[in-house]
Ligand binder design. Structure first.
Ligand code: GRF
Length: 201
């Protein structure tokens, strides 16, 4: 199961996925990590683990579509079975999503369909939700709203700040993303529209 990861930030989810592979849980390998941020921690983590890591600068492209077409071409060269967004903070153009439909996954730090978009943890606190969580889902054209593979429920505690809640949710992200990728690589995820079945779960 050949995996390409796109990440913009610190890379803790990437690290959890690499661990899942090293521990023999995920039957796959990451051939390439791409970032739109030069200083992304994810690029450093990739290199430390002997994974090819590429920064592509959006400033060199006239449009988001142009950038996405370029990285889609680069990703295709890897012939991936799976493309994983791990804190990739750019909205993907429809062409990109279509190019990898059915093998493009994302993690979002809320229980979708609640609190989509940016700062999902802050949204949960401001809303006064008692529970939130995280969701691994297929990426479809509507932002943060593809078919759901797995979710974890996390409580919001009375004196939570955005930071403490984010940290609590992140621990679950690191469990459910490797789990979803394991299922995908084992060929156990059957998708029919929004209906996702995990075989032998
Ligand atoms: C995670 O909270 C993820 O859900 C969100 O961005 C954050 C990425 O963290 N989309 P990291 O770069 O994997 O540490």
């Amino acid at each position: 199961c050949n995996i390409v990861v796109l990440a913009s930030g610190r890379g803790s989810n990437l690290r959890a996925i690499i661990k899942g592979i090293k521990d023999g849980k995920i039957n796959g390998n990451i051939s390439l990590v791409i970032s739109n941020k030069k200083d992304a921690g994810a690029l450093k983590i990739a290199k430390e683990n002997g994974i090819e890591a590429k920064f592509y600068d959006p400033a060199f492209f006239a449009s988001r579509r142009g950038y996405d077409i370029y990285i889609a071409e680069r990703i295709r060269k890897e012939n991936p079975d799976l493309v994983v967004l791990a804190g990739y903070m750019r909205i993907l153009s429809d062409e990109f999503v279509e190019a990898f439909e059915g093998k493009l996954l994302n993690i979002h730090p809320s229980l979708i369909p609640a609190f989509q978009g940016l700062k999902a943890q802050k949204q949960a606190i401001e809303y006064g939700a008692r529970f939130t969580g995280c969701t691994v889902h297929f990426v479809e054209k509507e932002l943060d709203n593809g078919a759901i593979i797995i979710q974890a429920v996390v409580p919001v505690l009375p004196d939570d700040t955005e930071e403490t809640l984010s940290e609590r949710i992140l621990k679950y992200e690191h469990k459910i993303y490797p789990q979803a990728i394991k299922w995908f690589c084992d060929g156990r995820i059957k998708k029919n529209g929004r209906n996702v079945i995990i075989e032998n779960a």
